[in-house]
Design a protein around this ligand. Structure first.
Ligand code: NOJ
Length: 560
């Protein structure tokens, strides 16, 4: 596969490159922007599209290939925009369609691609279809586009089945019918404000293919598909029975997740996408039980990439990492899809904080832990990730080494799962705090009107301004690593690696002219030097023949 990366942006040349370059995504580094927390252009304390547009040169200089934007559509924001009321409109808090158009154009002018978030599993309860379904009452054809059911029990007072919402509580809410009586129930795998679509109804598929075309016509380069594994539910919506849903989630096929029928939807979507020029892509957010099942989503006639949540969920441990890396590459090779790697996103505790805490705590962590340790490991983990074959996803602020903000006061929290309790998540606000651009000033350069979540007092020290030009900073480490990937496209290319012998707790592998070693142990290790040191996540000691890696350190060598 061709692995040339985009040339350094130069206006029209860059536009042409964006249009022509094929298979750009196989080794791409894709940066997630969480629009409400990236940059605020109008001083209302909330990030917006114009803020993102103004910072595109920063992303170009960082060296990423594409930007994935979390939802900015018209939405009551019951789940930070993952509750969409109008899929073809921009929410006024983020701007308007002209701003989206300007953002896409400017990005292309800089040689960056734009991936937008598509939320097909559920809409907002303020979506026109759902509002009409409620208003028209039982028997309305609009109710067939969602999952409305009569309740169980003598008077229909019990939910239709035993499924629980991912955010906690029952996955069903009973409606009050237009005549004021308690009536049917509707399914919502997430918050009650997020009713699930019924993908068995042809109008739903038609509508989403039309939405795809709307944004493809706007010029977007791809879609991140929210809850890609959830669209199709098991026939008859069967009870889970005597099972602990929380334990099963992510470990087993559920009657509402990862049903085989979902793949037909993506085959249809692929034919739509392939009508468009420009090598556009789909990436699936599919929390499946195994990487092998994830691979089903990226068969040649389906989607292009799927997030590797098994990798994201792996502790900083050489043996465990090696297993997940091998399994990923082995699962993706037969379907011809690139592996993807990710350490952080807007739903999990930032990896600088995960690695600051003892292993085995999962991806939702409430304690700060040892920050220096977490940062050291986060830097090492990033260099390891960026040496693996395939595409890598970065989450805004990780290039600054930001920790999660674990001490947000309860009164500022907005994560819907927090309010429903006992859910899988609930503390996602900590990774969503607006990022710092400057050392001082209103909201550290995020905007002129404060920030929708309070930023910690030390945020300025972690800002882009404070880290720029400091060779020891995390920002400069990311810039150097991404520059190396651009200079040596083979770093992200291919579908395999060659493991090299290494001491316990150390991962070492060769990728063509590059060798990477990561010391995940708590003590220094000395290994033979395979070549010239190219980049390191911490201070190493290199003699001509040996290199000593301190604890939690990754090194890249080149043998060229
Ligand atoms: C996954 C998104 O990443 C998350 O933020 C959201 O809450 C759920 N899907 C529901 O849309």
């Amino acid at each position: 596969m061709s692995q040339q990366h985009l040339a350094a942006p130069a206006d029209e040349t860059a536009v042409a490159t964006v249009a022509q370059h094929r298979d750009w995504w196989r080794g791409a580094v894709i940066y997630q922007v969480y629009p409400r927390s990236f940059a605020d252009s109008n001083g209302d304390g909330m990030g917006d599209l114009e803020g993102v547009r103004a910072r595109l040169p920063y992303l170009r200089d960082l060296g990423v290939d594409a930007v994935w934007l979390s939802p900015f559509y018209a939405s009551p924001q019951a789940d930070a925009g993952y509750d969409v009321a109008d899929y073809r409109a921009v929410d006024p808090m983020f701007g308007n369609l002209l701003d989206a158009d300007a953002l896409i154009r400017d990005a292309h002018g800089l040689g960056l691609r734009i991936i937008v978030d598509l939320v097909p599993n559920h809409s907002s309860d303020q979506h026109e279809w759902f509002k009409r379904a409620l208003a028209e009452g039982p028997g309305s054809p609009l109710r067939e586009r969602y999952h409305f059911r009569p309740g169980k029990g003598k008077n229909g007072e019990l939910p239709p089945n035993d499924w629980e919402s991912i955010f906690g509580g029952p996955a069903w809410t009973r409606v009050t019918e237009p005549d004021g009586t308690p009536g049917e129930w509707y399914l919502h795998l997430f918050a009650p404000e997020q009713p699930d679509f019924n993908w068995e109804h042809p109008a739903v598929g038609d509508e989403f293919r039309s939405i795809l075309r709307f944004w493809l016509d706007m010029g977007v380069d791809g879609f991140r598909i929210d809850v890609a594994h959830g669209l199709v539910k098991a026939e008859g919506l069967p009870d889970l029975g005597d099972h602990d849903q929380l334990k099963l989630l992510g470990n087993d096929v559920m009657p509402f997740f990862d049903q085989d029928g979902v793949h037909e939807v993506y085959r249809q979507w692929r034919t739509v996408l392939d009508e468009y020029a420009g090598d556009r892509i789909f990436v699936a957010e599919a929390w499946t039980p195994t990487v092998e099942r994830t691979a089903h989503y990226v068969r040649p006639d389906e989607l292009h990439q799927a997030f590797n949540f098994q990798y994201l969920s792996t502790d900083w441990d050489a043996d465990e990492l090696r297993v997940v890396i091998d399994r990923t590459l082995d699962a993706m090779r037969p379907v011809g899809a690139p592996a993807t790697w990710v350490l952080s996103n807007h739903d999990v505790t930032r990896h600088a904080t995960r690695f600051a805490n003892p292993p085995g705590l999962g991806t939702q962590i409430r304690t700060e832990g040892d920050r220096a340790l977490g940062l050291r490991r986060a830097r090492a983990a990033t260099l390891l990730m960026l040496a693996l074959p395939g595409s890598a996803y970065l989450y805004q602020g990780e290039e600054l080494g930001l920790p999660d903000v674990v001490d947000l006061p309860d009164e500022v929290r907005q994560d819907p799962a927090y309010f429903r309790g006992a859910g899988q998540d609930g503390f996602r606000d900590g990774c969503r705090v607006p990022i710092p651009w400057t050392r001082t000033g209103s909201s550290y350069g995020f905007g002129t009107g404060g920030s929708w979540l309070p930023q910690p007092a030390n945020w300025g020290e972690l800002s882009v301004e404070a880290q720029t030009g400091d060779p020891h900073s995390t920002l400069e480490l990311y810039r150097a690593a991404l520059a190396a990937r651009r200079e040596h496209p083979s770093l992200g290319a291919g579908e395999s690696l060659e493991w090299l012998p290494a001491p316990d707790g150390v991962l070492s592998f060769r990728r063509g002219e590059f060798v990477c070693a990561a010391n995940t142990t708590t003590t220094p290790v000395t290994v033979p030097s395979p070549g010239r040191v190219l980049l390191t996540s911490g201070e190493v000691t290199a003699t001509g023949t040996e290199t000593t890696l301190p604890a939690d350190t990754t090194v890249w060598w080149t043998t060229a």
